[in-house]
Design a protein around this ligand. Sequence first.
Ligand code: KG4
Ligand code: ZN
Length: 323
Amino acid sequence: MLILSLETSCDETSVAVVRGGREVLSNVIASQIAKHTETGGVVPEVAAREHITAMIPVLRQALAEAGVDWSAVDAIAVTKEPGLIGSLVVGRVTAAALAFALDKPLIEVNHIHGHMYSTWLLGEDLTEPLPEYPILVLTVSGGHNELVLLSGPGQFTLLAETVDDAAGEAFDKVARLLGLGYPGGPIIEKRAKLGNAKAVPFPIGLPRENNFSFSGLKTAVLYYLQENEDKMADEAFINDTAASFQSAATEALVLKLMRALETHKVKEVHLTGGVSANSFLRQRIEMELAKLDEAPLFRHPKRMSYCTDNAAMIAAAATFMRG
Ligand code: KG4
Ligand code: ZN
């Protein structure tokens, strides 16, 4: 089964061609980052217009890179929701038109389910075994922060979610406070490698509850920076603050993930979403899992391009959600 999938929920226009839900023949991602750096975030109206311009060239490139033509496509998959409405409409109308013209089925996929199945996509090793249920999935992105028990194809139980900001959103907002630009996650990770994570004891949100909270941490960083306004030009100060923030955000995620494992016996733990690209977070989860007697298998997306928004994950979810 060859799926042509489209993802346009936020600021990436992406089209992929995926075989059997796992083998990625192409995954073209046209990022609008350059358009949104000036504003320090995504302006919905601008994002929708950019999708319109990018869609046809990206579609053509995805087919060309995969080396297939329209006749080889068995189904069209597209992100249904959640996301910016103007951006979603561009993808959905394009996908519906393609499905109609080619007389192929249209499979609509929830964006978060797409992230959850991004770990099923293959990298170099095409023989890697399929994941096995039950799976505990932590999805951390700019818009979402959810801990879910995946007990079978498309069988989700929400165990915890954020009561305010998502982790990625906190990375983006703190990066802006530190004057580091957008998107914040990769820049904070880079600067944190040069800093001391123990420099500032920032708070861990809701330590006794299962849900996540990151707005208190963001406010703590804001107050800390206001108190130390005179040090903003000091590189070492910025690096230490970035490292301390990253550490507090990571510990909150790790704490709740490990707590969920006490009550839910699973075969695998998956980390997905834009923030899953963060190597500090991956290492901390690996370290904690290694302490368990029967440690579940840990997977994160095989390629960095499968962490942030991409169309290949939409094809994976379209395939495996239904068993
Ligand atoms: O999944 P995604 O592309 O979009 C949403 O569905 O929200 O995630 C984007 C988020 C941004 O907030 C970005 O700062 C964050 O993922 N991110 C990272 C890293 N790379 C991207 N956060 C921490 N460390 C990273 N290396
Ligand atoms: Zn996303």
